[in-house]
Write a protein that binds this ligand. Structure first.
Ligand SMILES: NC(=O)c1ccc[n+]([C@@H]2O[C@H](COP(=O)([O-])OP(=O)(O)OC[C@H]3O[C@@H](n4cnc5c(N)ncnc54)[C@H](OP(=O)(O)O)[C@@H]3O)[C@@H](O)[C@H]2O)c1
Length: 256
């Protein structure tokens, strides 16, 4: 039985990933801040021996307590899914420094702290894998989401560094970059200027992203981008930035 930790498992992609893994016989530890939501998800999972851990990924003390429980209950880990994350929509001219810091703490410091705390458990695991859930905007910044884009660019970079740091440990490190996904993500994020919501009509389901996480555990890959167009936009942004800007503005609409 493979043992997995999924952060941000109280809703959306994390919840779907926890369910997908439990359906395939994994023993799953769910980590997030909302204890009641975690308890509901835990109760709904098939299989036995799962665990709910209440912690803020950016809080070192809470994370240390959660990992103490995890080490006691699971002993080791085969898979860590660094999925917890938060958005923040605002133009740069209107940024609130507290929200900037909170977004970066959740999306950058959090995954680093989780990776650090998980390392001793992954060392005890069989064929261990870390999956960082980044975003297509980590390779191409978008207007109105500069802080979020920057945080995901940092996570892509962390994945590149960790891939080499942990190669000798035999721990595979994968960066998964979903495109627009139908979850409560955009409703949950601060958006004081009420910038327009993206059109979720052509988005992926949380389940589809979860299946990709499972596929990465079966066959780890350095990078998996779920929307090929965004991958090419990232390449184009490096080669011909102004042309890429025009294509992006057309693609996302709004008044950019
Ligand atoms: N939806 C999209 O279009 C999309 C696209 C690309 C990438 N992503 C990424 O996918 C991941 C999951 O997002 P989602 O779409 O599933 O949104 P979501 O439903 O809002 O899920 C976010 C999860 O992260 C948890 N979380 C947030 N801040 C946390 C913190 N400080 N400590 C611990 N847990 C925290 C939330 O739980 P609590 O509130 O209970 O803590 C929740 O379980 C994120 O990293 C996001 O950036 C999303």
């Amino acid at each position: 039985m493979r043992r997995a930790l999924v952060t941000g498992a109280s809703s959306g992609i994390g919840e779907a990933t926890a369910r997908c893994l439990a359906e395939r016989g994994y023993r799953v530890a769910l980590l997030a801040r909302r204890a009641e939501r975690l308890a509901e998800v835990l109760d709904s999972l098939p299989g036995a021996g799962h665990l709910a851990l209440r912690a803020d990924v950016a809080d070192e003390g809470q994370l240390a307590e959660a990992f103490e429980t995890l080490a006691r209950e699971f002993g080791g880990l085969e898979l860590v899914v660094n999925n917890a994350g938060a958005g923040y929509r605002a133009r740069v001219g209107e940024l609130d420094v507290e929200l900037v810091n909170r977004t970066l703490a959740t999306n950058v410091t959090g995954p680093l702290l989780v990776a650090r705390a998980a390392l001793p458990l992954l060392r005890r695991g069989e064929r261990p894998v870390l999956v960082n859930v980044a975003s297509v905007v980590g390779r191409r910044g978008i207007p109105g989401q500069s802080v979020y884009s920057a945080s995901k660019a940092a996570l892509v970079s962390i994945g590149e560094a960790l891939r080499l740091e942990w190669a000798r440990e035999g721990i595979a490190v994968c960066t998964l970059s979903p495109g627009l996904t139908s979850t409560g993500f955009f409703d949950a994020q601060p958006n004081p200027a009420r910038l327009a919501d993206p059109d979720l009509a052509r988005s992926d389901s949380a389940r589809a992203v979860a299946e990709e996480v499972v596929a990465l555990d079966v066959r780890p890959r350095a990078e998996r981008v779920l929307r090929a167009k965004w991958r090419w936009l990232g390449v184009l942004s490096a080669l011909a930035p102004r042309f890429a800007d025009r294509m992006l503005a057309k693609r996302i609409g709004g008044d950019w």
